[in-house]
Design a binder for this molecule. Structure first.
Ligand code: SF4
Length: 303
């Protein structure tokens, strides 16, 4: 939401209203660049590799590149219908319709394969695969967890035990710099998920929260032991964020006036956005932001 409140509203703000148009809005928001699709494919094959191991199924290494390629090509093909909807709305060719050359797909597959092999050598994945970590579980981020009055996606990707300590970890496949304190606190929400699950410790200080993330050409991992104070801080921070989202949603008002909703913080965000054909920020973010603030000032002067 911080990167572009308008994109966030277009994705989630209309989700409760059923209907084709709202479904289209959500699908357009899910549109991703080939680079993002590569990252998603990479995440998918890492999980698939771990699932094979947990179920005792054979993993055929020579199929890796074709698995990644199929995931990327499948995702590009599924996005065609989204582009057709956008073109029907704007009555011309969409800027999302860039032909992805075979050589670009080859390059993405190569990058994903390199990152996959590097991931297999990192802890805890390497130790899971060689049996040094015998007690571990995979979970789906799509699982929703009750968080006060909200239902949130706060489950980890992998849980494992070392002695009495329970580790909760998420992958972040896109390049991110070293996580700041806010991100660490946000990740502590995984402890809220864990303490309410049968079979996992109920005390916060039995957990170590980790994040495996790709940055500067390699996998990096940070980890931090939880305690009740930091888990409480995380609870408060997420509730504050949820309130900010609800306030933003309320700003839409009965007439769903999108002109009130702030635009992206930088042009870079618009380049990855499926709404860029139909949003003033997608055409000229600087001018659109100026027009928006002029509109707000004009409205304020009438009050
Ligand atoms: S095009 Fe830019 S400003 Fe408009 S919704 Fe997308 S990210 Fe936000």
């Amino acid at each position: 939401m911080n990167q572009c409140p308008r994109a966030w509203i277009l994705k989630y703000g209309f989700a409760k209203n059923r209907g084709t148009f709202n479904r289209h809005l959500s699908n357009i928001a899910d549109w991703s660049t080939p680079w993002r699709l590569m990252q998603r494919a990479l995440r998918g094959v890492i999980i698939e590799r771990l699932e094979c191991h947990s179920k005792g199924r054979a993993w055929i290494e020579i199929d890796l590149a074709s698995k990644i390629r199929n995931r990327i090509i499948g995702a590009i093909s599924r996005q065609k219908s989204i582009i057709e909807v956008v073109e029907a709305r704007i009555g011309t060719l969409s800027s999302l319709r860039n032909r992805v050359r075979d050589s670009e797909i080859d390059r993405l597959v190569e990058i994903a394969c390199l990152r996959f092999h590097a991931a297999m050598k990192t802890e805890p994945i390497s130790e899971i695969l060689n049996g040094k970590i015998p007690v571990w579980y995979l979970f789906s981020r799509l699982d929703k967890t009750k968080f006060g009055e909200y239902q949130l996606h706060i489950a980890p990707d992998i849980v494992w035990f070392r002695g009495k300590t329970c580790h909760l970890m998420r992958f972040t496949v896109q390049g991110v710099p070293n996580p700041g304190q806010d991100r660490i606190i946000e990740n502590m929400a995984m402890v809220n998920w864990a303490v309410n699950r049968q079979g996992l410790p109920y005390k916060a200080d039995r957990y170590v929260v980790c994040n495996l993330y790709w940055s500067r050409g390699r996998w990096n991992k940070w980890s931090k032991r939880a305690d009740s104070q930091i888990v409480d801080d995380s609870y408060k921070m997420i509730r504050k964020d949820m309130k900010a989202m609800i306030d933003l949603h309320n700003k839409l008002g009965e007439s769903c006036d999108l002109s009130q909703i702030p635009l992206a913080s930088s042009k870079r965000v618009c380049r990855n956005c499926g709404h860029r054909d139909t949003c003033p920020g997608g055409e000229d973010l600087k001018r659109a932001r100026l027009e928006q603030s002029a509109l707000e000032m004009a409205k304020a002067s009438k009050l």
